[in-house]
Design a protein around this ligand. Structure first.
Ligand SMILES: [Zn+2]
Length: 151
């Protein structure tokens, strides 16, 4: 991953935190990053409104401007599960043979087991803008895509 993709990837964590706050959605189904473009797919059971989506990006950019630390903790898997519960997991499972987890923490915002590289603060991401979103009712999935404003 180059620097741009590290910023885009870190933005996924920030966007997820905002989706969690606005829509209460907990489970990430998939993510995708290419240069300054990112997409996250989250399990959701009711179609959100355009205003919800705008609020998500308003909050995400607010969290970016705040410049809070993106912390990482390495823990034995059992310990991580005891400490954080299933909050660290996504819909796609981490293989059972993985015994140590890297936990990425944006305090009060997002916590996720993730072994990819991240920026050290949210400010380093730079502003993001919503590109598109769609709700797939049959699959109960919300797809949200965004771009970094400055590549
Ligand atoms: Zn990550």
């Amino acid at each position: 991953m180059d620097d741009i993709e590290i910023r885009t990837h870190t933005a996924l964590h920030v966007v997820k935190g905002a989706v969690r706050k606005v829509l209460g959605a907990k489970w990430t189904a998939s993510t995708w990053v290419s240069k300054g473009h990112g997409r996250i797919t989250i399990q959701l059971f009711n179609k959100p409104g355009e205003s919800d989506m705008k609020e998500i990006f308003r909050l995400a950019n607010e969290k970016i401007v705040e410049g809070v630390p993106v912390k990482m903790e390495v823990l034995p898997r059992e310990e991580a599960e005891k400490k954080y519960g299933d909050e660290i997991y996504d819909l796609f499972p981490i293989p059972a043979e993985v015994k140590e987890l890297k936990i990425v923490i944006i305090e009060g915002w997002n916590i996720n087991a993730c072994n990819k590289p991240h920026t050290s603060t949210t400010a380093e991401i730079g502003e993001i803008e919503m590109c598109d979103w769609r709700f797939r009712r049959v699959k109960n999935l919300l797809e949200v895509s965004f771009n970094l404003k400055k590549i």
